[in-house]
Ligand binder design. Structure first.
Ligand code: GTP
Ligand code: MG
Length: 528
């Protein structure tokens, strides 16, 4: 027979009811008290439920803000993300700075290797048509500001450059034996691969290093883009490796930094055995690297070599070799901001703002950084829903470049096309879109110092003046027109000219953008 409680309910099968069932021999008086108490409890419960509901509504209103970073490859999305971290979560950003050491060394070594591959045919005499003098030169005098502004790979003036000037100029009459110089630096090829191996999580295989198939030394290997650029699938692998090291010893001592910066044994044996002291190798090759980068004949050969394109940060690191290649090197904010590691897929980054502006403001932002090459763009679509804002980056300095993945497609034209697709998407009709017309620093240099004609690459510009302000106005108007003509519903056009490697000016822009996103978000929440 199933057992019944005082209210006649069957309780034998439900353990919760069994537990809560009144005693079988409950008196009438006890029953009255119990029922009264239960009514109070039910009312209290309803109050709590209502409180929780209101809390949920408020939380939804405050929300966690989601921002998607879009734009073609190398437009500056990841660099913008790092600026967000530096501006709004500086402690978290700085705590991770040291983990960028390997990426920075990889950027440096890759640039040196790329330069050698590009210039050695000419300087070693294998390219007879362009070689007009013997394969020796003299060590260069320091590069003058004028030379700098006209170089294809201009050097920003830095304290380090002038600091190392005396030692170079003092030996400026020594002829350079390029065969010996390149042979000396050939150790950096192995170092590039070794650094790459250390950035891949232990559970992911490292493919055979591809044969050199083009001027950038890459091949169509799993870890390389079509133009030979290395990538990893996620940032967690290499960042975790550093966190583990940090956790292993409680002291943030010089020796622990040294261990992290040196390579191999600290990475689950991925370094490939003995002699894995990356800093040791770099220190040994430091002077040769400086000689290579500052040699006038190398510079000239680089300018002539149409097959190579150095990363936009290459000159920054090459100009700072003296500071960066140190036994106890700790990356600065700028070093981290400039570090280039291509994004693959969609990566979520949570930024907890360390200082809140208002009580209503969500302190947690989720930012989605995507890979920008054509083949990756389909992966963006699932992220269109639930976004509060999109920051779209268009690098205006790319007007005379073509896409790496499609050599017939001008990069500026690609940005126009991509922006048009984004603003015309119905899924994004209500999403705030903020346009960053980026790489203004490079753009200015190209127009003002290199004298590159804009209308040669953008014929629709016609015979308007080849001047920075006039071209910038034209570009902004073009994007505004696209937004107006192709948005499915009325949309406010937000745009900023940016150089996201300049952290100070970018911080100011990001403050304004952040407030705009918050304001729009609160307005939308009120309307719901
Ligand atoms: N000089 C200069 N360099 C920039 C600027 N913005 C980005 N860069 C550099 O351009 C390169 C590409 O920047 P990323 O932020 O990695 O580009 P991305 O859009 O994330 O590229 P993918 O991950 O390939 O989609 C890096 O070397 C940056 O340091 C800028 O405003 N000025
Ligand atoms: Mg990226």
């Amino acid at each position: 027979m199933p057992r019944k409680n005082g209210n006649g309910m069957e309780v034998s099968r439900d353990p919760l009811l069994v537990l809560m069932a009144p005693p079988a021999n409950e008196s009438a008086e006890e029953k009255e008290v119990r029922i009264r108490n239960e009514k109070v409890a039910i009312a209290r419960n309803a109050e709590i439920e209502e409180m929780l509901r209101l809390e949920r509504v408020a939380a939804k209103k405050r929300g966690c803000i989601r921002v998607l970073l879009l734009g073609q490859s190398e437009s500056g999305k990841s660099t913008t993300l790092k600026n967000f971290q530096l501006a709004f979560a500086p402690n978290a950003f700085r705590a991770e700075r040291v983990s960028w050491t390997r990426i920075i060394y990889l950027n440096l070594v890759r640039s040196i290797n790329t330069i050698i591959r590009a210039v050695s045919p000419e300087l070693l005499g294998t390219n007879k048509s362009t070689l007009s003098s013997p394969s020796t030169s003299t060590l260069p005098s320091p590069i003058s500001p004028l030379d700098r502004s006209h170089a294809d790979f201009p050097l920003p003036p830095t304290a380090q450059s002038s600091a190392m000037t005396p030692s170079l100029s003092s030996s400026s009459q020594i002829p350079i034996d390029y065969t010996a110089l390149f042979a000396d630096l050939s150790a950096l090829e192995g170092l590039e691969e070794r650094l790459q191996r250390q950035l891949i999580p232990p559970d992911e295989p490292f493919p055979q290093y591809p044969a050199n198939t083009n001027a950038n030394g890459g091949g169509a290997g799993k870890r390389y883009t079509s133009h030979g650029e290395f990538f990893v699938y996620s940032t967690t692998g290499w960042k975790t490796a550093f966190s583990m090291l940090r956790g292993r010893g409680s002291l943030e001592s010089r020796s622990s930094i040294d261990r992290r910066a040196s390579v191999g044994a600290d990475n689950g044996g991925r370094g490939g055995g003995g002699g894995d002291d990356v800093v040791g190798v770099l220190l040994e090759k430091k002077r040769a690297m400086i000689v290579l980068w500052r040699d006038e004949r190398v510079r000239r050969a680089l300018r002539r070599s149409s097959r190579i394109r150095l990363d936009d940060s290459a000159a920054f690191y090459l100009d700072n070799i003296d500071r960066i290649v140190q036994r106890y090197y700790e990356p600065s904010d700028d070093d981290v901001i400039r570090a280039r590691l291509r994004t693959v897929g969609v990566q979520e980054h949570i930024i907890v703002h360390e200082r809140q502006l208002t009580r209503d403001m969500a302190s947690e932002w989720r930012m989605y950084d995507v890979g920008g090459t054509r083949s990756e763009r389909a992966a963006w679509i699932p992220y269109f829903e639930h976004m509060n804002a999109i920051i779209f980056l268009a690098p205006i300095s790319a007007f005379n470049q073509v896409l790496d993945e499609d050599r017939d497609r001008n990069r500026l034209e690609d940005s126009f096309g991509l922006y048009k697709k984004i603003v015309s998407s119905k899924l994004l009709a209500k999403v705030q879109i903020v346009l960053f017309l980026n790489k203004v620093d490079l753009f200015r240099r190209m127009i003002n110092h290199q004298g590159i004609s804009f209308s040669k690459y953008v014929p629709s510009y016609g015979n308007r003046p080849n001047e920075v302000e006039s071209i910038m106005k034209y570009l902004k108007a073009k994007f505004k027109e696209i937004s107006r003509d192709h948005s499915p519903a009325a949309r406010t056009f937000f745009s900023y000219f940016t150089s996201v490697v300049d952290t100070q000016s970018t911080a100011v822009t990001l403050q304004i953008v952040r407030e705009g996103i918050i304001r729009t978000n609160l307005k939308n929440a009120d309307m719901i």
